[in-house]
Design a protein around this ligand. Structure first.
Ligand SMILES: Cc1ncc(COP(=O)(O)O)c(C=O)c1O
Length: 351
């Protein structure tokens, strides 16, 4: 079976009929000397610089710059208040509460499930295989007439590995709903991004974020890449000014510093691989999972004891030992070389 993807069949009726909010800045776009259209405070802001004007609702300048970096036209791009906003909008666009369902492939990023629960959307879980790859037969069996989306995360959080590209392509080619590929950690990966495949697959949505490799988690900027018709839906649903002016301006500046970011990525990957070797040498470490991201999943026999030991030393890692297929596991983010040294030195003293 190959996909016969029709977005209109997937959208909730209220979203198809929705007349979006038209903001003052949607209606007037040119230069003007007196702006009395948006009930702003004309005096300014009680700060060194002014933020009294509403920002560009569609972030044209920012998208243009991102388009140059990503090689994707601005019209195929949605910017959200973190990728979490994009995830939530997808649920609200496609899933009828109490009727539709989505497929999640645990262990994976927790927000897909939380967002489903917020939106009262049923979840069908098809666990990854023992080597954290897709169970294609399981996914095929789980799909029913009300399955609207499948969330895949590659490189996957918390396991760190990338999904096999051929498997992801199989899902894309055989599912009539949206396939959302979350590439939050793609900058650290040996795998190629899927953003160049948008013309190939009408049902593809790729999520990326500036919160990881770009070091801008505090500014909250997530990106969704998809067909123009899907991006139109995102824009219809989003709050009018979802990306604030400070974020738009600071991100524009940050995007000039891609060389710094690339150097960090190289160093993080080298640190990650060094850290993995040192972790593997620890007597109580049972397994170090191969990582394509900026963190490493480690299996030990006493995860909680180790976690608390590290907390007492003021080092915080993530206890993932209660997550499906992750019994015994801690997830450790790669830090600076000094932080990684301190971590290893603490771990070498643990007994
Ligand atoms: C896989 C994955 N997607 C998305 C996010 C969140 O991204 P953002 O900061 O853009 O909301 C995270 C954060 O940890 C993540 O691990």
């Amino acid at each position: 079976m190959t996909t016969t993807f029709e977005l209109t069949k997937l959208l909730r009726e209220n979203i198809q009929k929705l007349v979006p909010y038209s903001s003052a800045r949607d209606e007037f776009k040119g230069e003007a000397s007196i702006l009395l259209d948006a009930n702003e405070n004309a005096y300014g802001s009680p700060l060194e610089r002014n933020f009294n004007r509403y920002p560009d609702p569609l972030q044209h300048q920012l998208k243009l710059k991102l388009s140059g970096i990503k090689g994707v036209p601005a019209r195929n791009m949605f910017l959200g208040n973190g990728s979490d906003e994009a995830i939530d909008i997808l649920y609200r666009a496609c899933c009828r509460p109490g009727i539709d369902n989505v497929i999640l492939v645990p262990p994976t990023y927790g927000m897909y499930e939380v967002s489903a629960n917020i939106n009262d959307v049923a979840i069908k879980k098809v666990n990854l295989t023992a080597d954290f790859q897709l169970d294609l037969n399981g996914i095929a069996e789980a799909i029913d007439a009300n399955t609207r989306m499948i969330f895949l995360c590659s490189p996957n959080n918390p396991t760190g590995n990338s999904l096999h590209r051929a498997d992801v392509e199989t899902v894309l080619a055989n599912f009539n709903g949206l396939v959302v590929i979350d590439e939050a950690y793609i900058n650290y990966s040996r795998q190629k991004t899927f953003i160049q495949e948008l013309t190939e697959y009408g049902n593809l949505v790729v999520l990326q974020t500036l919160s990881k490799a770009w070091g801008l988690a505090g500014l909250r900027l997530g990106m969704a890449f998809a067909s123009e018709e899907i991006i139109e839906i995102f824009n219809k649903i989003k709050p009018p000014y979802n990306i604030n002016l400070a974020t738009q301006e600071l991100v524009l500046k940050a995007l000039d510093n891609i060389d710094t970011v690339n150097a960090w990525i190289k160093e993080t990957v080298a640190e990650r691989d060094g850290l993995a070797e040192k972790l593997y040498a620890l007597p109580y470490v049972l397994h170090v999972y191969p990582s394509d991201a900026n963190f490493i999943l480690v299996k030990t026999d006493e995860p909680r004891k180790l976690y608390e030991y590290l907390v007492a030393k003021s080092i915080i890692v993530r206890d993932r030992s209660k997550v499906e297929l992750c019994a015994g596991c801690l997830r450790i983010t790669v830090g600076t070389p000094d932080e990684n040294k301190e971590l290893i030195s603490a771990l070498e003293k643990f007994s």
